[in-house]
Design a protein around this ligand. Structure first.
Ligand code: HPA
Length: 273
């Protein structure tokens, strides 16, 4: 089945509204308050934040499709939080490197906004540039540099990105763990990891984390009027900062090792939102 977002004349916001409506029907939850996209190492948070009301196969929802990367899951879960709010966990991230276009990449965010969510939590696994961070460190995203040369915004849609990664939400996160550091996330297209020279370039122009997601989704969330909380799990030192080659197995391994701890942290932060 072809994805309706691949039809260039389709309205992506219309498809997001259809998706949100079906999610409301399938979950029985008319409005979700918070949405989460859980990247490498963060998946366990879904089990810790509350009680799962419904779990839907993402591929059944308009515009979504099954993930291509081992270690990623493809369900959309509705979770009742202890404070009475509802969270939508989007387990079906489409990455820009898959080559399906930006509309597919940001569809989860747009669907979450259409489902009523005013807070978007974006998490990922990333390479770290600061040597004071060790693999397994969770880092708040303070800002981003988008090196994909793409945008989810179409036409003359001029959106302010000041305070894109909400200072208010970062302060809430630090009220749970005062030791949380923050950094600038740099999204590359991937799927290759960066060269050591690219990592040095990032370091010189003020980046601290390198990865292949999040920035485009954050822009779409801001367009939709959502407040964004971004988190990276540093799974490895970036290429050339560590002297051994990078591997997907290393990234997944660091995620597995850290996931209980960082998921518990995220779950606690969510109780304060
Ligand atoms: N680079 C890009 N993406 C990543 C990395 C990295 O070093 N680690 C985990 N995801």
């Amino acid at each position: 089945m072809t994805n309706p977002l691949e039809n260039p004349t389709a309205n992506p916001f219309e498809i997001a509204r259809e998706a949100a409506q079906l999610i409301a029907e399938r979950t029985g939850v008319a409005k979700h308050d918070i949405a989460l996209t859980l990247g490498s190492g963060w998946a366990k948070a879904a089990d810790l934040i509350g009680e799962t009301v419904a779990s839907i196969n993402a591929a059944d929802i308009p515009g979504f499709s099954a993930p291509v990367v081992e270690g990623h899951v493809a369900t959309i879960r509705s979770i009742a939080l202890p404070n009475g709010k509802h969270a939508l966990v989007l387990g079906a991230r489409t990455h820009f490197y898959e080559g399906h276009g930006v509309r597919r990449v940001v569809h989860g965010v747009r669907t979450a906004a259409a489902a009523g969510a005013s807070t978007m939590i974006l998490t990922n696994g990333a390479g770290g540039i600061k040597t004071s961070w060790k693999p397994g460190t969770a880092v708040l995203i303070s800002d981003h540099i988008n090196l994909t040369a793409a945008s989810p915004l179409e036409g003359a849609t001029f959106i302010d990105l000041t305070d894109l990664y909400s200072k208010r939400l970062r302060d809430v996160a630090r009220s749970v763990d005062a030791g949380l550091d923050e950094g600038v996330y740099v999204q590359f297209r991937g799927p290759h990891y960066e060269t050591p020279a690219e990592v040095q370039m990032v370091k010189h122009f003020g980046g601290h984390l390198v990865g292949m997601s999040t920035a485009l989704e954050a822009i779409a969330a801001r367009e939709a009027g959502m407040e964004v909380l971004g988190f990276s799990l540093m799974t490895n030192l970036a290429a050339g900062i560590q002297d051994t080659p990078l591997s997907h197995a290393e990234v997944l391994g660091a995620g597995r090792e850290a996931e209980g701890r960082i998921s518990a942290l995220l779950a606690e932060i969510i109780t304060k939102l």
